[in-house]
Write a protein that binds this ligand. Structure first.
Ligand SMILES: [Zn+2]
Length: 307
């Protein structure tokens, strides 16, 4: 893996499966996904902002698949040593996500690891039920382990007063920021991306088709949005963290950008070949847009303060 990011933080390799476990997994036969049958899937989305509207599963690149809804991305990274799911969409969408996973011909309990982008119900409200259905281990940034286990967001969250919480999640284990999650020969690099939420995460890994390998980046939200009382201009706010998250995304090697809300990267159109899937500048553009939105937000807060 040729990651451009080499954070100062210690890069820790989390071996998800021991050698013995890997052998067992192979013996029981973890099935790799195959193309879903389009005929049995819903037709085009009515709204790309609808978090719960089902849409069919799609290959993103190599062994990475889109199994989310019309409005919320959920990603399956398949490996012969156990599959990885990133995010779950809201609880209401759990059944649609499960059906998408099954439509690829894989078993739910072949998902061994679940990761998230950030602790807001639109992206992980269904995490408790997906974890229960799969029995997977949920790997979490240490600063939100208690949030996931309790189902209650904390007051550092810019949207705290407007968040609805979620069902408490079982089997949660902390990893160190900037770790590399290693499953067999698949390496998934963590990008610490606080700012939109305290526990925000991006993820990057490589997929190959034939001999053409691409760097995929599932970037967290860079939106500086909040409830009515939060101020990004307050001294203890997440503004600096958000700025750093933009900078991190901007310098990450990136061929295929995935965003939690697909509209932020025109994702479904790109997966449906209505726009170019691969764009090495996509992360940079996404990061610049996020940084500019934060500047606008701070300017707006200043002008409101001076009124
Ligand atoms: Zn959010």
């Amino acid at each position: 893996m040729n990651f451009q990011i080499r954070p100062l933080l210690l890069i820790t390799s989390i071996a998800i499966l021991s050698h013995t476990q890997t052998a067992n997994a192979n013996r029981i036969g973890i099935k790799m996904p195959s193309e879903p049958k389009l005929a049995s899937a819903p037709t085009a989305c009515k709204s790309l902002d609808d978090w719960n509207e089902p849409t069919h599963a799609r290959r993103i690149y190599g062994n990475t698949w889109y199994v989310g809804t019309c409005g919320i991305s959920v990603v399956l990274i398949a490996t012969p040593n156990g599959h990885v799911l990133i995010d779950s969409a809201p609880e209401k969408a759990s059944e649609a996500v499960r059906q998408n996973i099954l439509s690829l011909g894989v078993k739910l309990n072949d998902i061994k690891t679940i990761l998230i982008t950030h602790e807001h119900h639109d992206h992980m409200g269904g995490l408790a039920s997906v974890q229960a259905a799969t029995g997977a281990k949920v790997l979490s940034r240490s600063n939100i382990v208690d949030v996931l286990k309790s189902g209650k967001n904390d007051r550092r969250d810019p949207q705290f007063n407007e968040l609805s919480g979620f069902d408490p999640v079982a089997n949660v284990h902390a990893f160190e920021d900037a770790s590399t999650i290693t499953i067999g020969d698949k390496k998934i690099q963590h990008l610490p991306m606080s700012g939109h939420a305290p526990g925000g995460s991006g993820w990057t890994w490589q997929e190959c088709e034939k001999s053409v390998c691409k760097n995929l980046v599932f970037a967290d939200s860079l939106g500086s949005i909040s409830d009515a009382t939060y101020r990004y201009s307050a001294p203890d706010s997440l503004a600096n963290a958000l700025r750093e998250s933009s900078q991190l995304v901007a310098k990450t090697t990136c061929d295929i950008l995935i965003t939690g809300h697909g509209t932020a990267s025109n994702l479904l159109a790109r997966l449906d070949q209505k726009a170019p899937l691969i764009d090495p500048k996509a992360c940079l553009i996404y990061a610049e847009r996020g940084a500019q939105a934060l500047l606008n937000r701070l300017t707006q807060e200043k002008s409101e303060y001076n009124k």
